[in-house]
Design a protein around this ligand. Sequence first.
Ligand code: ATP
Ligand code: FE2
Length: 327
Amino acid sequence: MISLGIESTAHTLGIGIVNEKEILADVRDTLKTEKGKGYLPREMFNHHLEKFNELLFKALDEAKIDLKDIDVIGFSRGMGIPNALRVGAFFARYISLTFNKPLVDVNHGVAHIEIGKWLTNSKDPIIVYLSGGNTQIISLVNKRYRILGETEDIAIGNAIDEVARFLNFEMPGGPKIEELAKKGKKYVEMPYSVKGMNLSFSGIVTYVKKLIKEGKYGLEDIIFSFQETIFSMIVEVSERAMAMLEKNEVLLVGGVAANKRLQEMFEIMCKDRNAELKVVPQKYAADNGVMIAINALLAYKHGYSINIENSSIKRNWRVDEVEIIWI
Ligand code: ATP
Ligand code: FE2
């Protein structure tokens, strides 16, 4: 069975093709921004529209198949930026109609989780989903990915990118912040904001900007301390979730999971608890079409598909709104 997935929730247009065993194609293109600038919805829309054909044929070439060979087509329906979502949804419907292929709507966050499980063979973990738009501690309970804790304001990736933008770095800023943090040595005290299982990042971002402007501490030390603090917050709530639900496995997913220092901190915590750490492979941590293809395949194999009339985008579609029929 062959599944083609289209990812288009934000800055990245991705097309992935998988069968039950392997990844057949993975092509993507991410909108570039000028240094210090964020993404504009209109630019995402234009970018995805312009790139779609090229990426589709590249993916089919890579997989050595034709559109008629696919069994199911999946698209990211939300959550995301409406202008970006609409492009992927439009092309998915068009292909579904033209080639008479079943259509599956995929939740972007759930897809980040499923590709993590697929690639690491993770079974029943506490899931830590850290990305540009989400910061959630999740566990599967009664066929739903329940959100045990989350950010009360901005997402961790967004916090990192905001600091990066302030420093005029290219977007996404995560890798550059990670590099800079490696060079820091001295810890500068930062606001630490954990409330029960929830977190907050906007205060620390404001504080970091203020410290940078003041110039009293070295930039590398500030960024090092910023990273240590926000990652400690994540590790603390994740450990609490593991203890509460008696889980001995953690799965890190989402773009921020690529950070080596974050992985190291989780490794230490897991070793302490005799638990196992699984991390989505770096190549599949950020947005991609493969995760959408995998999720669509899982759902379709369990008898799920939707009608085109009911396939309008869902900008605020949370992971806990999806019934997980395939587990
Ligand atoms: P969502 O999944 O919530 O819709 P998104 O799709 O924008 O958000 P991803 O592509 O999963 O997010 O992740 C992008 C985020 O990951 C960006 O904020 C980026 O800065 C961050 N990121 C990427 N690499 C690293 C890294 N090495 N260290 C820290 N953060 C990183
Ligand atoms: Fe994402």
